[in-house]
Design a protein around this ligand. Structure first.
Ligand code: NAI
Length: 780
């Protein structure tokens, strides 16, 4: 090529990164690896190959873990955990700082190894993946240092089982391991079978810095090993990967009392308004969908562009696509590297091949003739219902549709079962900030895309999973309240055959959409007092009543948009009105329970209403200190429609304790009253009716917890289910929740002291909210 040609094309020459050091590290380790258990590498067992997807060459042999290997790793983690916890936050921070430092010192080795194993461009592994890994360990060294002060009421969960994917191998490890060990847990991690090398190199680094044996254990192998880790004696499972495997893991862990966080698939919207800086938006798309060959859970894979500029925008995009350089990932000039494995290439090819709609455009970039590659692709003119607009392709394929009005953009963006991320491109910041809260996504980037930082939580809603990784938000999943567990005792209804206490019949109905409603099935059952007299009849709710109540709760979703100030006033008013009838409620509690502490319970319930009235306008989000010129605003949003099975033992206080935090945070709810003492809830309907609570914000059902738990947990329009029933329904609720992967909060056969401190607090507020991180870069 002549100098003139070079000037004309502005084409870079190749700038290959040397693989020598990384290959030497493999050779030094015999190019075959056992597991890392209890601080040492085990003997190599039955092996499988790990290959460089860009060339097909075998990089190393990895050991397929057996059940005995997984058990040994879990035993090592279990044995190491108490000592690791006892080191204290400051003690752990020293090790984590040493890890962060070592990850910096070996940064280039890790970047090259990652690129060899995964196929991602070295520019990405060198400038994004590995620096973020280091940042994660530094950030969490800080959280370890502060834990004893900032989280004095929390304790580690115990042993964590981690299963991670192949798209960001070391970064996903960091996202999971750093917060886990910072908080005093120990870990058994299984990397993805295609990309285990950096995890093994990390294990080597753990050994080098003298991390106590058993704190981090790594076992390699395929999905069967992942299953073993999930089913092992671990206290918490954290998974990143496909939604289908996430579902299986939810099912496998149902009722086991294990904590669970799931970071799953996505089909993230990339919305471009006509007033956007179009060239920046085009460049943003390069980072949104061609970053890591589109194998990114939050990839901006659905372009939603305003109609008036669509042709212009697509033309600019095609021109940019043609200039993308596809090829050897170790070349520093390369924009798009190799797909992780030929299996993934086939998946992408098949999905794209099955599409018959729209117009397909492939980048004119020169493609390598060997290795696992797929050309950058754009499919325009799709309609929102087309398969490719709905299914995660997990490759360098962008699909596109258009919109006219902002409301339509939101509608199209939210027309997906996923909810991981979204990007909004407009020079009108008012519009962007108006749109961001309306998007069903855990992360929203304004005029940006794929921005990540250890200080900002990351995670999705809907079938993109639940839980957050990173920042303050991510820590609670690795800690638990520091209180003695109390065994759950079944509270049986009183029995009797006496006469009614009241000459005038009082029929306790259900409360749906602000109205007292007869049960759809037409059945009622007697409620007996402790002295055997008939207290009244109560409705038996059926599946149909649940459906009606969920519909009513959806209809009241405007509650989420009311101010905390308004919600506080209504909660105070509820407290006031309950107080006016305190005597009557106390008497009823005493008559039903026979305990004689009704007055104390009513007093506690009034106090609880006041507490959440107080919190309604104070449980704020945060602004995270992320290392960009801009802000990441962590906004607390309501979860949505929440079904809650109330505690049996405290019929009034229990109802109030779950209802009030939900109301305070802007949720609408379907509450199942205490099963043995339902009349307190039905009496409370009158308090709700006289306290300006909008119709549908709170719905109350009575009946059998066990019969209705499944219906609640399976309901596709319910966003979360809580259960504090004295029948342990944890297993069935968690298993049934896989329909839409709703969040669950169940008691796992443990009870709490509702009259005491563990009956209220930030645990409830956290469960009643989810965090949306809105990134707003600014400046010229
Ligand atoms: P996957 O979800 O099957 O694998 C992720 C991890 O889970 C791997 O470590 C795997 O060994 C393990 N695993 C597989 N089955 C398991 C089971 N039953 N129990 C426990 N662990 C199990 O993802 P895969 O097959 O690698 O990719 C398939 C599709 O998943 C991709 O085409 C893509 O659409 C999606 N995916 C999404 C990711 C995300 O971050 N959202 C990451 C990886 C894949």
């Amino acid at each position: 090529m002549s100098v003139k040609e070079i000037f004309e094309t502005m084409s870079y020459g190749p700038a290959p990164e040397s693989a020598a050091e990384a290959l030497a590290w493999l050779v030094d380790n015999g190019s075959s690896f056992g597991h890392f258990i209890n601080g040492a590498f085990t003997e190599v067992g039955d092996t499988f190959e790990t290959r460089n997807p860009a060339t097909g060459e075998v990089l190393a042999e990895l050991t397929q873990a057996t059940q005995a290997d997984v058990d040994a790793a879990v035993d090592a983690a279990r044995a190491a955990q108490p000592k690791w916890e006892a080191l204290g936050g400051a003690g752990r921070a020293r090790y984590m700082y040493a890890l962060a430092r070592a990850l910096q010192k070996h940064g280039r080795l890790l970047a090259v190894l990652e690129t060899l194993d995964n196929g991602k461009p070295i520019r990405e592994s060198r400038d994004i993946d590995i620096p973020l890994v280091q940042r994660h360990f530094y950030h969490h060294a800080g959280h370890a240092q502060l834990m004893d002060k900032t989280m004095a009421d929390r304790a580690p969960v115990g042993v964590c089982g981690h299963v991670i994917p192949w798209n960001f191998p070391l970064l996903m490890l960091a996202w999971k391991v750093a917060p886990a060990i910072a908080m005093g847990n120990t870990v058994v991690l299984k990397p993805a079978e295609y990309t285990s090398l950096t995890a093994l190199c990390f294990a080597d680094i753990c050994r080098q810095i003298g991390l106590p044996a058993g704190v981090v254990n790594i076992v390699t192998g395929d999905g069967a090993v992942g299953e073993m880790v999930v089913n092992a004696d671990v206290d918490k499972v954290a998974f990143t990967g496909s939604t289908s495997v996430g579902r299986k893991i939810r099912e496998a862990t149902a009722g086991a009392g294990k904590g669970l966080t799931l970071e799953l698939g996505g089909k993230s919207a990339y919305i471009v308004f006509e007033d956007a800086d179009l060239d920046s938006a085009v460049e943003g798309l390069v980072d949104a969908i061609w970053f890591n060959q589109g194998q990114v859970c939050c990839a901006g894979s659905r372009l939603i562009v305003q109609e008036g500029i669509a042709d212009d925008f697509h033309a600019r995009l095609r021109a940019r696509m043609d200039r993308l350089r596809v090829g050897n990932p170790l070349d520093k000039c390369i924009d798009v590297g190799a797909i992780v494995d030929h299996v993934q290439v086939e998946t992408i090819t098949k999905l794209v091949g099955s599409n018959t709609s729209g117009d397909l455009y492939r980048s004119a970039a020169e493609m390598p003739t060997e290795g696992c590659y797929y050309p950058p692709t754009l499919i325009t003119g799709l309609s929102p219902a087309d398969t490719l607009m709905q299914e995660e392709i997990f490759g360098p394929v962008l699909v596109s549709t258009t919109f006219r009005l902002p409301s339509e953009a939101v509608q199209i963006a939210n027309n997906t079962r996923y909810g991981l991320a979204a990007s909004v491109w407009t020079e009108n910041i008012n519009r962007a900030l108006d749109l961001a809260p309306q998007l069903a996504a855990g992360v929203v980037w304004v005029n940006g895309t794929n921005l990540f930082d250890a200080a900002a939580g990351f995670g999705g809603v809907r079938e993109s999973g639940f839980g957050r990784e990173g920042g303050w938000e991510g820590l609670s999943a690795y800690t638990r309240p520091n209180r003695e567990p109390r065994e759950l005792a079944k509270v049986e209804p009183k029995e009797g055959d006496g006469l009614p206490v009241d000459a005038i019949d009082r029929t306790a109905k259900l409360y749906i959409g602000g109205k007292q409603a007869r049960p759809d099935g037409g059945y009622s059952q007697p409620v007996w007092q402790a002295d055997g007299a008939l207290a009244g009849l109560v409705s038996i709710a059926s599946r149909k009543d649940i459906r009606n109540a969920v519909e009513a709760a959806h209809g009241a979703k405007g509650w989420a948009k009311t101010t905390g100030h308004l919600r506080a006033q209504i909660l105070f008013y509820l407290g006031e009105n309950l107080s006016a009838r305190a005597y009557e409620f106390a008497e009823r509690i005493d008559a039903l329970t026979g305990r004689g502490d009704g007055t104390a319970e009513v007093k506690a319930a009034i106090n609880r209403l006041f507490t959440y009235a107080a919190w309604a306008d104070k449980y704020d989000g945060r602004v995270h200190g992320v290392p960009i010129k801009g802000v990441a605003m962590a906004m607390n949003e309501p979860v949505g429609v929440v079904g809650a099975i109330c505690p049996d033992e405290r019929p009034l206080l229990g109802l109030v304790s779950v209802m009030a935090p939900l109301m305070a945070m802007g949720n609408t709810s379907v509450l199942m009253a205490s099963e043995p003492y339902p009349l307190l809830a039905t009496d409370f309907i009158q308090v709700l009716e006289t306290s300006d609570v909008p119709a549908g914000v709170v719905n109350i059902l009575t009946g059998c917890h066990g019969d209705l738990a499944n219906t609640m947990a399976q309901h596709m329009d319910m966003d979360a289910v809580w259960s504090f029933s004295s029948s342990d329904l944890s297993g069935q609720i968690e298993a049934a929740s896989t329909t839409n992967l709703k969040r669950t909060w169940v008691n796992n056969a443990l009870s709490r002291d509702w009259m005491g401190e563990d009956g209220e607090g930030t645990e409830f507020l956290e469960s009643a909210t989810r965090v949306k991180n809105i990134w707003v870069p600014y400046g010229e």
